[in-house]
Design a protein around this ligand. Structure first.
Ligand code: 4GO
Length: 252
């Protein structure tokens, strides 16, 4: 199923390059991912086409007005209905959202898509959020000037999972996080460089031994950098006896 993203934004131009560059381009070319941009200013009225106003209660910055957002969402609902798309859930990017995970990206990649609301200024009038937003997503504990980069991040993460986008179908099964652990290191030619040789195991030609070495690299790196991911993998029953034996003998 194609994944449809309707993006509400004051800066639609930010989205163009992703559709023409890199591995994500193929996802757009094959229409596996369909991004429709909805420039919020087009839904504002009056001579000045205002999309923001000062916050009640005072304080710095501006707040995004409900009415242009509601008019824009109505237009999106009509367009979805005309395209026989279900009414897609509304996602807002905010530092107050639930952290985005590869698991959520994998669910999104199955379709049918979402309406992505990109906030600007200090944020959006809470009444729009209460009435229309189904899910708030955060990229991490930091503040950006708008929700466009989080939206692009989600679109990129979903696009690269579409069939035929990566050259090797197995390639994203080896990504960091697809098995809940960090990725192992990668090496290519030349065999000796910067006074460092490629780990000899990778030159051995023993595929089973190489797979075990890579797994052990993943376990070591994850245990050192993100021990909570080891705990989570263990709780899901995804660590073998062999993994557990290895973890006992490494020094953190
Ligand atoms: C999302 C949005 C950070 C994130 C944002 C994040 N900053 N951590 N800024 O995912 C309202 C106006 C929020 C700007 C937006």
């Amino acid at each position: 199923m194609a994944v449809r993203f309707d993006v509400i934004t004051l800066f639609p131009d930010l989205f163009a390059p992703f559709q023409t560059i890199g591995v994500t381009r193929r996802a757009f070319e094959t229409q596996a991912v369909d991004v429709r941009l909805w420039p919020l200013r087009d839904f504002a009225d009056g001579t000045y086409r205002r999309v923001d106003d000062r916050p009640f209660g005072g304080g710095p910055g501006m707040v995004m007005l409900v009415e242009p957002l509601v008019r824009c969402l109505s237009a999106i609902r009509a367009d979805q209905a005309a395209a026989a798309s279900p009414p897609l859930p509304v996602v807002l990017f905010s530092p107050a959202g639930k952290p985005l995970t590869q698991q959520r990206v994998q669910q999104m990649a199955q379709g049918p898509g979402a309406v992505l609301v990109c906030g600007r200024y200090e944020g959006i009038d809470q009444r729009f959020i209460d009435a229309h937003v189904d899910e708030e997503i955060s990229l991490g504990d930091y503040v950006l000037s708008g929700g466009e980069l989080p939206a692009l991040t989600l679109i990129d993460a979903v696009a690269r999972l579409q069939p035929g986008v990566l050259h090797d179908a197995a390639s994203h099964e080896q990504d960091s996080f697809s098995d809940g652990l960090l990725d192992c290191p990668h090496y290519s030619r030349p065999e000796v460089l910067l006074d460092a040789a490629v780990p000899p195991m990778l030159m051995s030609g023993h595929h089973a031994h190489i797979a075990r070495w890579r797994r052990e690299q993943q376990l070591t790196i994850t245990a050192r950098r993100r021990p909570e991911l080891i705990e989570a993998a263990r709780a899901r029953g995804e660590l073998s006896k062999e993994d557990e034996r290895f973890l006992l003998k490494i020094t953190l």
